[in-house]
Design a protein around this ligand. Sequence first.
Ligand code: WTA
Length: 661
Amino acid sequence: MTDNGDGDGDLEARLVEQESFEPTEEFVSQANVSDPDIYEEFEENWPHSWRRAADLLDWDREYSEILDDSNEPFYEWFPDGTLNVSYNCVDRHVENGDKNRVAIKWEGEHGDTRTYTYQDLYREVNEFAASLRDLGVEEDDVVTLYMPMVPELPIAMLACARIGAPHSVVFAGFSADALATRMNSADSRYLVTCDGYYRRGDALDHLQKANEGLAGVDHGVDATVVVDRLGDDGFDHDLKGNQYAWEDLMADHQGDRVDPVERSAEDMLFLMYTSGTTGQPKGVKHTTGGYLAYTAWTSHAVLDLEPEDTYWCSADIGWITGHSYIVYGPLALGTTTVMYEGTPDFPERDRLWEIIEKYAVDVFYTAPTAIRAFMKWGSQFPEQHDLSSLRLLGTVGEPINPRAWKWYYQHIGDEECPIVDTWWQTETGGMMVTTLPGVCTMKPGSAGPPLPGIDARVVDTNGDEVESGRAGYLTVDKPWPGMLRTLYNNDERFIEEYWAEYSDPDADEWVYFPEDGAKIDEDGYITILGRVDDVINVSGHRLGTMEIESAIVGVEGVAEAAVVGGEHEVKGEAVYAYVILEDGYDGDDEMRERIVEGVEDAIGPIARPQQVVFTPELPKTRSGKIMRRLLEEIANEEELGDTTTLRNPEIVKEIQAKVER
Ligand code: WTA
């Protein structure tokens, strides 16, 4: 190993300078998509080219129309087709003779394992669908799933899909308040949750949090189902009147079968809450036909998945990545998907590599924040394991710097595996900008060209395309099947958030704005520069600064707060909170602790401020607007930009002096 003298000492010197990489011939010759003409083909036949995605599914009633754009931007895809997602992810593989293929390989933190063949999955999904029906869940009722990484989570998702009840999964790391907010917003009367789970050896009491959340639900809750994950390690909770043990329900419904409900392609499959510019999370609505077609297609074309593959995405199902690329895409294709309960460093820092070796994982998909941590820990951990089963690697969630990309390429992929750096969002449903691994040259740091059929551009504030190399804003000019259809119960906010910026409704021109900055090079490769709204990205998790601010302002003694993201070596960004206290309160450690707790209670530990800086004032413009840019510069120890428009320029130095280094 050559040390290149700049810190990690762990990257081959010859790789440091290399700017582009080609997939190996071996990879290309077996790739699902290897013909470069696919880009042209999609463009020429658009939107009919999307038939290619829809053809990966089994439809109950064939659609006669690909895209209905009569009511823009409320697009409808395959609108008169009908299908069932659970049938497509489970039944059809059983019927096609693959009932004994493994659908889910689950690994607990302690190394305990569970294996579900497609037949097992079929049985459990049916039994839980019957249980839900028995509890009174009807088609179109929203079922909230507040669950950690246990196999019962995808089973519950598929059971909901089977009976046409949209699910709303709430990340298990979110707080009780966050659960209550989401259940209230979705008017959800059913909850499936879990007694607890393991984190770095400790059993966590999840039901306690769920119960606290339930107490904050304004409308009545009809039933709660509780999975027993901890067994003898479980905490002392009695199930209340309308709380049912998962096991008991399943025993009562043993052998039951529920016919998959024929759903219209445009019927809602699920809701997923995500952070935006305001304090209120947005309920992103995804549908049955377009979403499943899109996740299946991108799993096929980008992740290169084959039914024979063992595939692992290390995300949590509580985020969109887990929905699209642990559950729906891979299972629609009949692949084996791996699920892991724990963290990458427990019991040792080689945990992920151990799992890859153990299951002979073919395709691995993870986040840049994880890769930066692996780099920091060093290559000795992956080197302890045989990773030669790997064929393809992927990343998602935030920009990956070339050094981390190359480390991943060298130490995990052994310079044999292409890497797909996939840009997409909760709202897009699936991958949008990335290389096709069997077709494209890879350029570390750049996600790649837009996928075939995706009309992404980089524009200036007027909507005109910028020259190559210049920073601008990413837009998507044509709709795509996996797109969100609206924000739940809020069409107005949907238009305002995503379409208002660049569309020209009078000219019938609708342009989707993802609120990311980007630049494009002469080959059409797009590099994502990050969010341009008040959303920060901590370890690949999307957090609204306004949500955190409102949590802080909720703490007794706090008068005002401003939250920004500061760069962080491993997490990408970390939360910096600048806080003004009311008279009579001291900015001491106790206050700091209360603020951190306030954020944890309102959102969850992921939103924990790394620094709380007490200040008598915030830098404000003459019109009274907080200058966040300055606060970011302070967090990042950057040279400060223009402060002449400030009402109180003297405060800046004072704040600077208080930030801990
Ligand atoms: C960021 C996660 C750079 C981006 C799937 C986007 C990325 C936000 C990438 C969405 C990438 C995601 N390169 N940035 N490959 N992938 N992002 O909704 O800012 O949790 O808008 O969806 O993550 O986050 P979300």
